[in-house]
Design a protein. Structure first.
Lengths: 267, 389
């Protein structure tokens, strides 16, 4: 399956002025960090791409933690009376994809994957399949996860943050079947490792390519493999012909995908 | 490539198995009653699966005292039923596509009460399975599915979308057999969520009725096993599927039922069928003012003046959220396999705007060749599946 990355945007904090990207104030006001990061990265990607997309496919490992907690807190503290529905509505896992669809009046296929460390790769797989099935020419793909005080507290208690901190971020891009003026690289050879595959085996299968393993030092974030694409693109610029991003978690290699530069077709 | 349904499994308030559920529906036995699973001040009927967690764990052969999310337990029962039913051969690539919206929130909400007063309190076992993937991984481990698994979550259309992805993976030759569907358990979180939106009926739900006042929250799980390998046992085929976005509002559907119309049309296109060939529609029919009005408009746009027999089975099972598409897929498969059409309980008078009248009695001996099943979720996520003989 051949596919191209276009208009890649990441959002690690919610610092950007959102007014231009999301003009509707009511919509903006309701947005928690995860929704702001996801929707702003997604909208920036679409605005940059400039053409319509046929599908919107998103991924998140833990979803909308802040709004889920807010509604849960209110339910308990208010003893189930007179609850504000907004945090409940905002807590649904597919809200980022849904908000982008509403903002762009996109009636196409809209899907959300929530599968721990493989959420992003699942979304990528679906997007690549859509292009392969000729179900359109362009798909918006992206992932987002947030950190809250509570999630950090719980992860720390579980011992997950002894050697790393919890991190958050969004990464969105448009996947196309053909190169466009906005294409920055090809993304190919997505593979889910079923059994235990070692670093050495991956090295052998991808000889001559630069391997980029997701690393604990970059923090605990279930959708962080998407955030390595930008790093991979920088490596390609240095003249490396192929970068293989390996999603590694809990000392297991879970999946991989390869990035190749446009000027160097894959060997 | 034809996608065949070769195994089914489900659990809901009206039955522990597909056979029991079909039997209940045939005998008009609703599974709607008082909430006993957890404490709540809300006085609404719910469709609770009549087993506590310990009993479910016993049925699964698991340790009665372990802390396991109810969502995972219901999923394990239904999915393993389907896998057993399909008799999947050895040495083939099997994948699991599971959907949930509640995930492990049924456990998390028990943890949170203690945690919110003191962040050092609360038993961590209750949050270890909070995320959506937890139930999927539990099901995969329980059923011995090793090749591939993933989880999707698109609110009430989730399980239909899981089935759709499963079919596509088979058609692309990525897997040989796929177990696909969804699971959700009752939780204070969702009960209060729908209550805060004021869309819970104080009476058992009345889909497509003029005086309908909301949904009845339910719980359960429904899974199908599919393959393109021409199996010995074949219930029917999955011939069409479509997903479209209403792109109107996060929780309300557009007045002209745009998203629903588009998903039904896409499903008909992929099935290469004309609307008039559909013999029965298992509608989403939650009983909310908005959904039923919108879905009714969409039905008329698709079927014109010739709307086929249709019904919502949610008066029996309740609205099982992410499991709905799976449970209703199994019911659609059985409609073809058994030649039956289900009644839409609670109906008395048609919605004035559409004037549509659903099927009100259980019909047998019907030549059901093509069934359409709708599942619509928050976020304008509209999905339609078509099953054929």
């Amino acid at each position: 399956m051949k596919s191209y990355i276009n208009s890649l945007f990441t959002d690690m904090t919610v610092r950007r002025e959102l007014k231009e990207i999301i003009p509707d104030m009511t919509l903006r006001r309701r947005m928690s960090a995860v929704v702001r990061m996801g929707v702003s990265a997604g909208m920036e990607s679409l605005n940059d791409f400039g053409m319509e997309v046929d599908a919107i496919i998103t991924a998140t490992g833990l979803g909308c933690l802040a709004d889920s907690e807010k509604f849960l807190y209110n339910t308990i503290s208010e003893k189930e009376q007179m609850l504000n529905p907004t945090p409940f509505i905002q807590s649904t896992f597919n809200i980022v994809g849904a908000q982008i669809a509403v903002l762009t009046k996109n009636h196409g296929y809209n899907m959300t994957y929530v599968h721990r460390s493989l959420s992003f790769e699942s979304a990528l797989m679906d997007a690549m399949m859509r292009l392969d099935e000729s179900q359109g020419k362009a798909v918006l793909v992206g992932s987002v996860d947030e950190v809250t005080d509570t999630s950090e507290e719980i992860m720390a208690r579980m011992g997950l943050l002894r050697r790393q901190r919890a991190t958050q971020g969004a990464c969105f891009f448009v996947l196309t079947a053909e190169p466009t003026p906005h294409s920055v690289a090809e993304i190919i050879d997505l593979e889910f490792f079923g059994e235990n595959v070692t670093k050495e085996e991956i090295g052998l299968q991808n000889a001559g390519c630069e391997l980029l393993f997701t690393d604990d030092s970059d923090g605990f974030n279930l959708t962080k493999s998407a955030l390595y694409i930008a790093q991979g693109l920088e490596i390609l610029k240095k003249g490396v012909c192929r970068v293989v991003v390996v999603n590694r978690s809990n000392e297991r290699n879970l999946a991989k995908f390869a990035l190749t530069s446009l000027s160097n077709p894959r060997l | 490539m034809a996608v065949a349904i070769c195994g089914i499994g489900m659990i809901s308030s009206v039955g522990r198995s597909a056979e029991e559920i079909l039997h209940s529906i045939k005998n008009g036995r609703r599974g709607v009653g008082r909430l006993t699973l957890f404490d709540s001040v809300l006085d609404v009927p719910v469709a609770q699966v009549p087993f506590g967690n310990s009993e479910l764990q016993e049925l699964l052969g698991l340790d009665r005292d372990k802390v396991i999310s109810r969502t995972a337990l219901l999923g394990m029962l239904a999915a393993s039923d389907a896998v057993f039913d399909a008799k999947i051969p050895e040495g083939v690539r099997v994948g699991l596509i599971s959907a949930t919206s509640v995930g492990g929130m049924d456990m998390t909400e028990q943890f949170y009460g203690a945690f919110m007063d003191d962040p050092l309190k609360g038993d961590l076992h209750y949050v270890a399975g909070h995320d959506c993937a937890y139930s999927t991984l539990a099901i995969a481990a329980y059923c011995g599915i090793k090749q591939f698994s993933t989880t999707l979550s698109t609110a009430c259309s989730s399980a239909a979308n899981a089935i759709m992805l499963g079919a596509r993976m088979l058609q692309q030759g990525m897997l040989d057999y796929v177990v696909a569907g969804g699971t959700d358990a009752l939780s204070r979180f969702t009960l209060n969520g729908f209550n805060s939106l004021m869309i819970l009926d104080r009476q058992p739900c009345r889909p497509f009725d003029r005086d309908r006042a909301g949904l009845t929250l339910g719980e359960g799980a429904g899974y199908v096993v599919m393959t393109c390998r021409d199996p010995a046992k074949k219930y029917c085929l999955l011939t069409g599927y479509g997903n479209a976005n209403d792109a109107f509002h996060q929780t309300a559907s557009s007045a002209d039922g745009n998203g629903a119309y588009l998903s039904m049309r896409k499903a008909l296109e992929t099935a290469e069928l004309r609307a008039k060939q559909i013999n029965y529609v298992n509608i989403h029919g939650t009983g909310t003012s908005n959904n039923d009005a919108s879905e009714g408009v969409a039905m008329k746009r698709i079927f014109g003046s010739k709307v086929p027999p249709f019904s919502s089975t949610k008066p029996f099972t309740g609205h099982t959220l992410a499991a709905a598409g799976g449970i209703e897929a199994v019911l659609s498969v059985l409609a073809i396999d058994q030649g039956v059409i289900y009644p839409n309980l609670g109906f008395a008078n048609p919605i004035e705007e559409s004037g549509l009248v659903p099927q009100t009695v259980f019909a047998e001996g019907v030549d059901v060749r093509h069934v359409m099943s709708n599942s619509f979720g928050f976020g304008g996520n509209n999905s339609t599946l078509i099953f054929s003989k």
